[in-house]
Design a protein around this ligand. Structure first.
Ligand code: NAD
Length: 298
């Protein structure tokens, strides 16, 4: 397929790389041209704007930080919609607001342009390995047509229902991931303060009913190593928790605990940790408890 790809950051670059490796012909764009260096070396074409990444392509992907970036890149001046025709399929791989992508879908539909939401989970390691979970919302027939292309970036590509439903699944997942991160840090600082060494505590929990992927996959790569290079930036994690609490307000769902998780992320942002990996949020609890959760050799 001929593919346009906009947003070549921590996630977009490895996803685009896997699409190129799978034999797709890429045209790429990012605000930072240097983000495309490896892809241009692999034979990708450069586009000077989102609009220029569209003509002649079967599908155009975005992987962008926050909802307003997606709105600007799709609907703004020199945006995707300006370059699109009724044959264009646009897919948003970002973690975006369901309400925003449903609005983008409506506006694009007026021009006959098809939109799918396809947020991903699995982090930068999953993106590099091509093993992401991909949660897709939109027209089922277009999903079926695009599924082989999505298989190049993910090993668990799931149709979630109408437009926006992929984002709903992703936001619920990330709320849990971030919430578990906060609770795990409380439990681990408690256990260490009460006398158990961290390696033993982490091993026991990982093999018991409190075990979870945050503990066995994420913490060993980031928090336990004291490695706060993103990864998944705290600013993006804070955005995702807020997308969840906003959705709760929109649908009238009480979310007391989620709002505490939200405020913990707000505090991390105030500390200036937005650009650091999302495990940086744990530093607040480490500080309060007077315990550092470090296992440099895991
Ligand atoms: P990132 O900040 O590393 O990359 C975003 C890229 O978009 C950057 O290269 C930036 O220059 C580019 N960009 C921003 N605005 C642009 C614009 N107007 N035009 C063109 N390019 C623009 O972010 P990321 O970690 O790759 O995350 C991307 C999306 O994927 C986010 O929505 C995030 O929540 C989601 N996500 C991230 C992870 C992760 O582990 N990092 C995992 C799953 C989902």
């Amino acid at each position: 397929m001929k593919v346009g790809f906009i947003g070549l950051g921590n996630m977009g670059n490895p996803m685009a790389t896997n699409l190129a490796r799978a034999g797709h012909e890429l045209t790429v764009h990012d605000l930072r041209r240097e983000a495309a260096t490896n892809l241009l070396e692999m034979g990708a074409n450069w586009a000077d704007s989102p609009r220029d990444a569209v003509p002649g392509n079967d599908v155009v992907f975005t992987s962008l930080p926050v909802p307003r970036d997606v709105d600007a890149v799709v609907l703004g001046e020199n945006g995707i919609l300006e370059g699109a025709t009724p044959n264009t399929v646009y897919m948003d791989l970002s973690t975006n607001s369901p309400t925003s992508i449903r609005r983008v879908h409506e506006i694009c539909a007026e021009k006959g342009v098809s939109v799918l939401d396809a947020p991903v989970s699995g982090g930068v390691y999953g993106a590099a390995a091509g093993t992401l979970a991909v949660m897709v919302g939109g027209d089922k027939a277009i999903f079926d047509r695009m599924k082989p292309t999505l298989d190049a970036i993910g090993s668990h590509v799931v149709y979630c229902g109408p437009i926006g439903n992929g984002m709903v699944c992703k936001i619920c997942n990330n709320l849990l991931s971030m919430g578990i991160g906060v609770l795990m840090t409380e439990a681990l600082t408690l256990g260490v303060k009460a006398g158990v060494d961290l390696a033993t505590l982490a091993d026991v929990i990982a093999n018991s009913s409190g075990g979870n992927r945050r503990l066995v996959e994420k913490f060993p790569r980031f928090l336990f190593k004291g490695n706060f290079d993103p990864g998944f930036a705290t600013a993006l994690a804070a955005k995702d928790v807020r997308l969840a609490t906003d959705l709760g307000r929109e649908y009238g769902i009480p979310m007391e605990l989620s709002n505490l998780v939200d405020q913990r992320h707000v505090e991390a942002m105030f500390r200036g940790w937005g650009p650091e990996d999302s495990d940086a949020v744990s530093k607040i609890q480490e500080e309060k408890a007077g315990v550092q959760l470090r296992l440099p050799n895991v």
